[in-house]
Design a protein around this ligand. Structure first.
Ligand code: SF4
Ligand code: SF4
Length: 260
């Protein structure tokens, strides 16, 4: 979908940040993300991303790789393939995230990594990208060093919506059912919001303010109450783990010590 023509239109409209998901080397990606007819999607996405690289503009492209218990075994191969194409073009950033349960049919077929394992894989890979593959310090610091934030995810940004192919608007990529629709984008490009649904969503974005566990939690300025959707579903939003933070801080310190 993100071909050269559409990219140019988006850049003209002032949009220069993109996130594209590739879940690993071709056979892994095609296993997880196939079309209705069973065909894989890797080759088309990969070709279009390489066309993006030819654009002489200041674009920011996050290549996101989701992993689970099976696919993480092939991440090294994927990093090598990625590097062979994007090398030192740091307008492109490779990030890794674990696959989360969404409560839908697909949960039956995936082997999710638990929180600790996910944190281990994420920190190990980022340390590898930084230390062995020569990614620059700022790349690593930007992606991995913890920073205080005002919201946990884009679902808490008032002007951020997921736009469906038919113009439906949602707040969260894991809540895409009919009853989760917050509004519509009409043919004139106007945003029509169902204020009751938006207010209902918004009240969970600030719920951490009244949560005693959050107030005592060392992760608070890094997490800000966690996943809004989990809270909306009556659960805690705690998906942050201090494990990678400790690992990364350790690696950061060692690296700077070695350099003197
Ligand atoms: S980790 Fe859990 S308790 Fe701590 S701030 Fe985040 S949501 Fe609150
Ligand atoms: S609310 Fe939770 S599930 Fe939804 S986008 Fe935010 S972190 Fe992800």
């Amino acid at each position: 979908m993100l071909n050269r023509k559409i990219i140019s239109k988006l850049i003209d409209a002032g949009i220069n940040g993109f996130q594209i998901t590739i879940d690993g080397v071709p056979f892994i990606h095609n296993l997880y993300r196939k079309l209705k007819n069973g065909k894989g999607t890797f080759s088309k996405i990969w070709t279009n991303i390489q066309k993006l690289k030819e654009i002489d503009e200041n674009i920011h492209v996050v290549i996101r790789t989701n992993f689970d218990e099976d696919s993480y075994n092939f991440l090294d191969e994927w990093i090598n393939l990625y590097q062979s194409v994007f090398g030192k073009d740091y307008r492109f950033k490779l990030v890794f995230r674990p696959v989360f349960r969404t409560g839908t049919e697909r949960d039956k077929y995936l082997k999710f990594c638990d929180l600790k394992k996910s944190a281990e894989v994420e920190s190990e890979i980022l340390i590898k990208l930084w230390g062995k593959l020569g990614f620059p310090d700022w790349y690593f610091e930007e992606i991995m060093l913890p920073k205080p934030k005002t919201i946990y995810c884009y679902g808490g940004l008032p002007r951020c919506f997921i736009v469906g192919a038919d113009g439906s608007l949602w707040k969260c990529t894991d809540a895409l059912k009919e009853e989760d629709i917050i509004g519509n984008l009409n043919k004139k490009g106007e945003i029509l919001v169902n204020n009751n649904r938006l207010i209902d969503w918004d009240r969970f974005t600030e719920q951490w303010l009244y949560d005693d566990d959050c107030k005592k939690c060392i992760s608070l300025p890094l997490c800000m109450g966690g996943c809004i959707l989990s809270r909306k579903r009556g659960k805690k939003g705690c998906y942050s783990s201090l494990f990678p933070v400790n690992k990364i801080m350790e690696a950061y310190y060692k690296k700077h010590l070695e350099r003197g």
